[in-house]
Design a protein around this ligand. Sequence first.
Ligand SMILES: NC(=O)c1ccc[n+]([C@@H]2O[C@H](COP(=O)([O-])OP(=O)(O)OC[C@H]3O[C@@H](n4cnc5c(N)ncnc54)[C@H](OP(=O)(O)O)[C@@H]3O)[C@@H](O)[C@H]2O)c1
Length: 274
Amino acid sequence: MSGKSRLYGKNVIITGASGGLGKELTMRLVRKYGCRVLGVSRSEEKLLLIKEELGELTDRFEYLALDVSLRDNWKLLAERVRSGQFDADILINNAGILPGFARFGRYSRNEVDRCMALNQNAVIWSAEEFIPLFSGKKGTAIINISSSDALCPLAGTSVYSASKASVRAFSEAVREEYRGSIYVPAVCPGFIRTDIMSHQSHTVSPAVRFFSMPADKAARILLRRANAGRSRIVFGLDAHFMSAAYRIAPVWSLRFFKFVFKASRQEMFRDIFK
Ligand SMILES: NC(=O)c1ccc[n+]([C@@H]2O[C@H](COP(=O)([O-])OP(=O)(O)OC[C@H]3O[C@@H](n4cnc5c(N)ncnc54)[C@H](OP(=O)(O)O)[C@@H]3O)[C@@H](O)[C@H]2O)c1
């Protein structure tokens, strides 16, 4: 274990632990980093499966079935820590949803509210509760999962892009404010093969599949860089390409990606152009 290691043997709370990237992060934190993990998501059934899958390491995993898009549930979570039931060092804000690709105006009020509450507000509420708990303690971190859409917004993802850009900006400002006290990296991955696309009403395009990376690889890269204390964690070829394109041509890059979506004639992008 390196002297500079930020993750080994820590107590970690992770939201959205029951599936996708969150599940892979959980497995790796327990198995490779010797962490104790408190996994949080809505489905108790799926959290229980993770506990079983961990086999002889099952004691290292606790869970709480909670909806983190509700403000009061952050109070419950913080109370767990304050009361000593789970002495957390690290919080990973991973739970997130991607509404279907569509032109703005086609989303229902409920879809917009759900996306902003979970992807954006929950991150801010978590900071309200956990910064006071973490700031006096050594080796603490709040790791916020943003997205490549925060580096280059895409037509068809207005609400998701807004929520993730907000998370990136918030994390970067807070990181600077608490530098030397709490480690607050913003994580911007490209496409990862998970269930997040299940909100799409159409099947996922083969091109998206081609560019996306498996969730276990994403978890490995993310944790290696967080362990090394990287301030900004960007990974995936598509994420680097989107980031560079937006920096070079902030208007034309969006037109280019919209053109690619249209030219692909994929069902999943249909509602952007109808
Ligand atoms: N996959 C990608 O291509 C990609 C790319 C860039 C960034 N990201 C970001 O990475 C994060 C993880 O995404 P993913 O692809 O792993 O998604 P996923 O496969 O859909 O998993 C989402 C997880 O969040 C939980 N969750 C959803 N709503 C919740 C709520 N209200 N309260 C608590 N937990 C909730 C889900 O469990 P329950 O249903 O049991 O609650 C599930 O465990 C998200 O923030 C996403 O925006 C993903």
